[in-house]
Design a protein. Structure first.
Length: 301
């Protein structure tokens, strides 16, 4: 099959949109799937494809192709195909864009992963092991992540002055937004101990910086370092589940809702622009209640 249409489109992406080499390679791979299907269907190039053909291609991706593609991969392939057909229509190489009504299959809702309160406590306790200076920092860091639901980027961006007082912290979220979040007593005590006994030692090892959490060389702690701190503590605590800083954020939200917090309050604490984003956590707590009911009620099974 003549692939000049795809080559011209990729050249357009290179020149007009300046896409990176890896991105272009991804487009080429996805469009190769489309070209192979057109060839197998006896269609002489994308210029000859109709709306019915594109619907058949979607059915092929969703139910017939082997190996099967994930829903996210199907959506990515269709995005490349729609871009190609939009380009051909804009260039006048086809009278219309047959892909304009093409819609990817709906992606399943992914429930965030949360761990039980007992596992969170075990992880934080396990961070107390080792060098006292580092242990104090690690405990303060993990306590703050769980106490506030902060994203890892928000935690590493914190400066000492963002501790507004003993009870609240100022977090800077996506798009430069700010929010004030309460800090519980456990986190307050851990942060106070870190500021008095640990941060001055770490600060003396590097250049002056307003950063709250410092690495061993006195510089602002990186996101990768935070991930490693949590992973090491989880390993020591014997927590088998995959744990990341975002796990503590998910656990923060899930535990609040399970404890009776209003979803709009949790939305504000998490810094979500829409309550719909927060409501996914209510599905997690509903699943937990369902499991408990099935296990405990004599007539549930």
């Amino acid at each position: 099959m003549d692939s000049r249409a795809v080559d011209d489109y990729l050249r357009h992406l290179t020149v007009e949109r300046g896409l990176a080499r890896n991105t272009l390679a991804s487009y080429r791979r996805d469009l190769a799937i489309y070209e192979a299907w057109l060839d197998s269907a006896g269609i002489e190039g994308p210029e000859r494809a109709t709306e019915a053909d594109l619907s058949a291609f979607l059915r092929h991706l969703s139910a017939e192709r082997e190996p099967r593609l994930a829903v996210s991969s199907i959506a990515r392939v269709l995005s490349a195909v729609r871009g190609l057909h939009r380009f051909l229509a804009e260039e006048g190489r086809t009278p219309t864009d047959p892909s304009r009504e093409l819609r990817p299959p709906k992606q399943p809702t992914r429930l965030p992963k949360a761990i039980p309160v007992e596992q969170v406590a075990a992880i934080i306790e396990a961070a107390r092991v080792g060098d006292d200076v580092i242990a104090l920092r690690d405990v303060a860091l993990l306590e703050l992540l769980y106490a506030t639901g902060a994203r890892v980027s928000e935690a590493t961006a914190l400066n000492v002055d963002d501790l507004v007082d003993d009870e609240v912290v100022r977090l800077f979220g996506k798009g430069g937004t700010q929010r004030i979040v309460p800090v519980g007593s456990y986190a307050r005590r851990a942060i106070d101990a870190y500021l008095v006994r640990s941060r001055p030692v770490l600060s003396a090892r590097g250049p002056a910086t307003p950063a709250l959490f410092l690495g061993t060389r006195g510089r602002r702690l990186s996101r990768q370092a935070v991930w490693q701190v949590l992973q090491d503590a989880a390993d020591r605590a014997g927590v088998a589940a995959s744990v990341s800083p975002h796990t503590l954020r998910h656990s923060f939200a899930t535990h609040l809702l399970a404890g009776g917090a209003d979803v709009r309050v949790v939305q504000e604490l998490l810094g979500h622009a829409s309550v719909a984003t927060t409501q996914i956590y209510t599905l997690v707590t509903a699943d937990t209640l369902r499991e408990m009911y099935t296990t405990a009620h004599p007539r549930a099974r």
